[in-house]
Design a binder for this molecule. Structure first.
Ligand SMILES: Cc1cc2nc3c(=O)[nH]c(=O)nc-3n(C[C@H](O)[C@H](O)[C@H](O)COP(=O)(O)O)c2cc1C
Length: 318
């Protein structure tokens, strides 16, 4: 499949998750066949104000290909300026994605993320402006709508398409749902029926069965996996191969150690150790007697100690 002129090599991409899908995690998912990668959401204003922290979010490596930078903001001008500022990085960036789905309070307060879906005309203006300056394809990520009485994903998707969007990701939950309740397959299906650009279905994919169900029911072109990849990057292999993939305990520990190592390299040992906790909890979710390990791992103060504990975990008898 292609998004604009960019060839996508598989069917399952890694959905962006702020605080989770950083370079370390994206590289891990690349090892198991994720089709493409998106940065954590990046503030358009943060780029304009030259925030180092914001710029650090677009760092990525060669394995993460194709790579999309996801921008959030609330006015066309900010998107224009921020994409222009990315000019120097454009040889490494394959796509620009516009966030119209984030439900976080502080994002909504500044009329960004899913608040944009309340103003479909503005959504169109943002895409048109982004397209006018972006040398790479522009995609957009939306939700089903604001709440159950305002599910306007089809309208927003059509406006974005008319304004030049090259693909659209639809998460089948409303802003009101946040991350609870069920993702609505019906709305993804309706968007797919009403636009010609590629549609990427998203929400609640946890294995190859749920991936197949979403693809078959909605007829979408691709899927994006978010939380289902946490502690389970093997999900991409599973979806690509169409059968259950069950990593052994040793394999889980190998990948978890690699993940911790990458976090410590990219963020420094102190932050790396802290940030690895949320991933460790996911990797060991179904491991017998894991709580003992978790308690010790969360107290570890050095990478060396953490690695030692991971090796000890190999001796746990299931
Ligand atoms: C912790 C967290 C952070 C997220 N951050 C982003 C983000 O930065 N940009 C975005 O478009 N979506 C973000 N999302 C939404 C996911 O991309 C995805 O749409 C949602 O989790 C539903 O997919 P899933 O059921 O596969 O997780 C985030 C979700 C979570 C749980």
């Amino acid at each position: 499949m292609k998004i604009g002129n960019i060839k996508i090599k598989g069917i399952a991409s890694l959905a962006p998750m702020a605080g989770i899908t950083d370079r370390a995690f994206r590289e891990i998912c690349a090892m198991f066949g994720a089709a493409y990668f998106t940065s954590e959401m990046v503030s358009a204003k943060g780029l304009i104000y030259k925030s180092n922290k914001t710029y650090s979010l677009i760092n990525h490596s060669k394995q993460e290909k194709p790579f999309a930078v996801q921008l959030f903001g609330n006015c066309p001008e900010d998107f224009y300026k921020s994409i222009k500022l990315l000019e120097n990085y454009m040889d490494k960036i394959d796509l620009i994605d516009i966030n119209m789905g984030c439900p976080a309070k502080k994002i909504i307060k500044e009329h960004s993320g899913s608040a944009l879906m309340k103003e479909p005309k503005l959504c169109g203006e943002i895409i048109k402006t982004a397209k006018s300056i972006s040398p790479v394809p522009v995609t957009v990520k939306i939700r089903s709508g604001w709440d159950k009485n305002h599910k306007n994903a089809v309208e927003v998707a059509q406006i974005c398409e008319l304004s030049g969007a090259d693909a659209i990701t639809v998460h089948g939950r409303t802003k009101e749902q946040g991350y609870a309740g069920k993702s609505d397959l019906e709305i993804i299906k309706k968007v797919k029926e009403n636009v010609k650009i590629p549609v990427i279905g998203n929400g609640d994919i946890t294995n190859f069965e749920t991936a197949n169900k979403l693809m078959i029911y909605t007829n979408c072109d691709m899927i994006a996996v978010g939380r289902g990849a946490m502690g389970n990057p093997w999900i991409f292999k599973e979806i690509n191969e169409g059968h259950k993939v069950m990593p052994t305990l040793n394999e889980k520990i190998r990948v978890m150690k690699m993940h911790i190592h990458k976090l410590c390299i990219y963020k420094g040992e102190e932050i790396g150790i802290k940030e690895s906790r949320k991933h460790i909890a996911q990797y060991i979710k179904n491991i017998h007697r894991a709580s003992e390990f978790r308690k010790k791992a969360f107290l570890a103060k050095s990478k060396e100690r953490l690695m030692e504990l991971c090796d000890e975990l190999k001796n746990i008898k299931n």
